[in-house]
Design a protein around this ligand. Structure first.
Ligand SMILES: [Mg+2]
Length: 420
């Protein structure tokens, strides 16, 4: 039996080796558009867009700018120790989608089934050992009622916040650095206050206009010019499609960016432009009416009976938007980068078609296209199949071999995880 098992193992290994070249010749294209559902673009009459990280992309300098500005606000406005100024932004520290335990001051990855991914839990800048995590959480599962809602807010004082915005990468990194500083220096501090102060500082970088002014002053440094953006929008307009923009950013900032990437006539392409929309509230709150913004950015008080081309509107809400435009259901395709606020709600509540802009996929696909990754994943699947078939052999010799295979699989999974 022992020989039989190892014979099958060797055969499987050979099959995997033979399979890899054919997979390598059929790699995923990182520039492709992936579809989760069948749809015909000829049925789509109206195209909607978010602005930040959908129509406009920012260079690596932007997150450094946000990090530095928020760090300085912590020092100057919230009286944090000036020594934290020594920390510089590390773009490779955090990824989107992580959870933060506000009371325990720990950043971690939690999977779709609410299990903490061991090895990903960080206190400050250091990994928390698995056994400590398991003791703290009584296992590694986090019950649904302890999680925040889709938008990082909690309804019942829950303290697991999820960071879903691309803009939140510097926030997670700053939180971790300041925790690191307090921990390293044995300073007694309240993590709840730290979380709130960092959150407020990051918010102020947006609200007080620090980020907008810096970008507007040096647009070429911060905004990535994309020549295809104009081509795509012009093509849609040529085909008689309606277009709209809904953004949380202010009007002069959007205008400056759109002039740079699309051209000074960008507003001719859009039928409706809504700025400072306050998403996700825009999609859920029925009460706030639209306001017209004039050329000088002044808010007007007249009642809005229609959304006119060439005008800019502020706030408002989706229910009013649907009523005024009649743009309902599957003839609308809306693009955004926020998985929950831009995309999930719109599809689930309003039946719009949605397109997710996920820049992280480019890196993921490049990793998935490496020979090493393909080799590992193919062998992982084959080995799992082998284990499933051979687990019926209960004799001690076979069980020993199966244990060895399981160990190999575990090591491979961890290796694949470390590289991704
Ligand atoms: Mg966005």
């Amino acid at each position: 039996m022992k020989d039989y098992l190892w014979k099958r193992y060797k055969e499987a290994k050979k099959v995997t080796k033979d399979l890899v070249p054919s997979i390598m010749s059929n790699l995923l294209n990182p520039d492709a558009i992936f579809s989760n559902n069948e749809m015909s673009l000829s049925d789509v009459e109206i195209y909607g867009f978010d602005y930040d990280y959908t129509l406009v992309f920012y260079s690596k300098h932007l997150h450094t700018l946000i990090f530095n500005a928020a760090r300085d606000l912590l020092i100057n406005e919230h009286r944090y120790p000036a020594e934290i100024r020594k920390y510089e932004y590390d773009p490779n520290f955090a990824i989107r989608g992580l959870h933060y335990d506000v009371h325990r001051a720990m950043l971690m990855k939690i999977d779709a089934f609410h299990y903490i991914q061991l090895g990903t839990v960080y206190r400050g800048m250091s990994v928390v050992p698995d056994d400590e995590v398991i003791a703290m959480y009584d296992g590694s599962h986090v019950p649904l009622e302890q999680m925040s809602d889709f938008y990082g807010k909690s309804s019942q004082g829950n303290t697991m916040k999820q960071f879903m915005d691309i803009f939140s990468l510097p926030e997670m990194t700053l939180l971790s650095y300041v925790n690191e500083y307090f921990l390293k220096n044995n300073i007694d501090y309240e993590p709840v206050h730290l979380y709130k102060d960092v959150k407020d500082s990051i918010r102020d970088v947006h609200i007080k206009g620090i980020m907008y002014r810096a970008i507007e002053a040096d647009i070429e440094k911060y905004v990535c010019y994309a020549d295809q953006t104009r081509a795509v929008l012009a093509k849609l307009a040529d085909h008689g499609k309606k277009m709209f923009l809904i953004t949380n950013s202010p009007s002069s900032f959007v205008d400056r960016g759109m002039r740079f990437i699309v051209g000074k006539d960008w507003r001719d392409l859009f039928d409706v432009v809504i700025v400072q929309a306050d998403k996700p509230n825009f999609f859920n709150d029925k009460r706030r009416p639209f306001r017209k913004v004039n050329e000088r950015g002044v808010l007007l008080w007249d009642k809005i009976h229609e959304l006119q081309k060439g005008q800019i509107y502020k706030q408002g809400n989706l229910y009013e938007f649907l009523k005024l435009t009649g743009w309902r259901g599957s003839k609308v395709l809306y693009f955004g980068d926020h998985i929950y606020s831009d995309l999930a709600d719109l599809t689930l509540k309003h039946g719009w078609r949605t397109g997710a802009i996920i820049p992280e996929l480019r890196t993921e696909i490049k990793i998935m296209n490496t020979e090493r990754y393909i080799q590992t994943m193919t062998w992982l699947q084959t080995l799992t199949g082998l284990l499933e078939h051979m687990q019926v052999h209960k004799d001690p010799d076979s069980q020993l071999i199966l244990q060895e295979w399981k160990k190999e699989r575990k090591e491979m999974r961890f290796g694949a995880y470390l590289e991704s």
